[in-house]
Design a protein around this ligand. Structure first.
Ligand code: FE2
Length: 323
């Protein structure tokens, strides 16, 4: 028995085998299908995460972001909605308020240029303003998550909405420490929120999105998570401290959750467990605009969601060449 999460080692290994069987990693352009039914009424979702727009257009990130937006805009069929998975900009934790505001403005200017696809935002650790800047006031309403909330008009960073029969739950799983670091966790109020959402919409196919992954195989083999004795240890800045709480909540709800999306790792990986697909969706910026990260190129996921709850996932690159 694992004392941390109440999962026996045998059960853990069984689940790991399921995970490994469903894994698709390190892809630059690939299509992964799930449940091969078809329908002409698909809802086309783009999950674009980790754009990391750099300060002063470092590494030509403005050109890169514009190329990603053009690729999304050019998709046929046209996307019905975009979920931006967080880390819109790169340097906000180090900046003061005017500089962070200007950078976020720059992001939104490029993002909205010539396209008007409905976009919903997830909060990322790089969106925390001023937490690594000792000169900014901690009491300013723009500190931490404040500027992002204000500029994107989000009274709360966790929320839900519905689109053509699919439910979407956006979670806020990034928490700053006083020393400027951060960790990932699903707080009790958000788990309650998910529980009530799933209870109220049990039959509806549902997508949940956050920034820091719930689970990750990449984290395990890259050394971010490992067994120490019988305990499974992972770095809480890279994988959620209590991802198992969300996994178990979904499992026990018997609701119709289909996908759990995350960003943060800049690596495309997919895990299928209990009929739920956990997708950590690459990164628009790849390796922070320096090229692919461990084989994963700059890109975004195009996810076609069908009325019967089936879906396809296609990681699209946009031909970015780093300097
Ligand atoms: Fe990131």
């Amino acid at each position: 028995m694992n004392p941390r999460n109440g999962v026996t080692r045998r059960e853990f290994l069984r689940r790991s085998l399921i995970t490994a069987a469903g894994l698709a990693t390190g892809v630059s352009a690939t299509t992964v299908s799930s449940e091969q039914t078809s329908s002409s009424e698909s809802l086309r979702l783009v999950f674009a995460t980790d754009a990391h727009l750099m300060l002063n257009d470092a590494l030509r990130s403005e050109e890169g972001l514009a190329a990603a937006v053009a690729a999304i805009k050019g998709l046929q069929p046209r996307p019905d909605l975009i979920v931006c998975g967080g880390d819109l900009t790169d340097t906000s934790p180090e900046l003061d308020y005017p500089a962070a505001d200007k950078l976020l403005n720059r992001f939104l200017g490029i993002w909205k240029r010539g396209q008007s696809i409905e976009t919903h935002y997830v909060f990322g650790n790089h969106d925390l303003v001023g937490i690594k800047n000792p000169l900014v006031s901690r009491h300013d309403s723009r500190f931490g998550k404040g500027l992002f909330e204000k500029r994107l008009g989000l009274p709360k960073l966790y929320y839900s909405f519905e689109k053509r029969g699919w439910r979407f739950i956006i979670l806020d799983d990034v928490w700053p420490n006083p020393d400027g670091s951060y960790y990932g966790e699903y707080k009790a109020d958000q788990l309650d929120f998910v529980r009530s959402e799933l209870e109220a919409h049990k039959e509806k196919p549902t997508v949940i999105a956050g920034h820091i992954p719930t689970v990750s195989v990449f984290g395990t083999w890259a050394g971010f998570a490992r067994f120490v004795g019988t305990n499974f240890k992972r770095r809480p800045s890279l994988i959620s401290r209590n991802g198992n709480s969300l996994v178990n909540l979904i499992r026990n709800s018997a609701a119709n959750v289909k996908l759990v999306l995350a960003g943060h790792l800049h690596y495309q990986e997919r895990m299928d467990m209990d009929g739920v697909c956990y997708l950590n969706g690459g990164a628009v910026c790849g390796n922070w605009w320096k090229g692919p990260l461990m084989g994963c190129s700059e890109g975004f996921n195009v996810i076609d969601l069908r009325p019967d709850g089936s879906f396809t996932i296609d990681y699209k690159t946009f031909g970015w060449r780093a300097s």
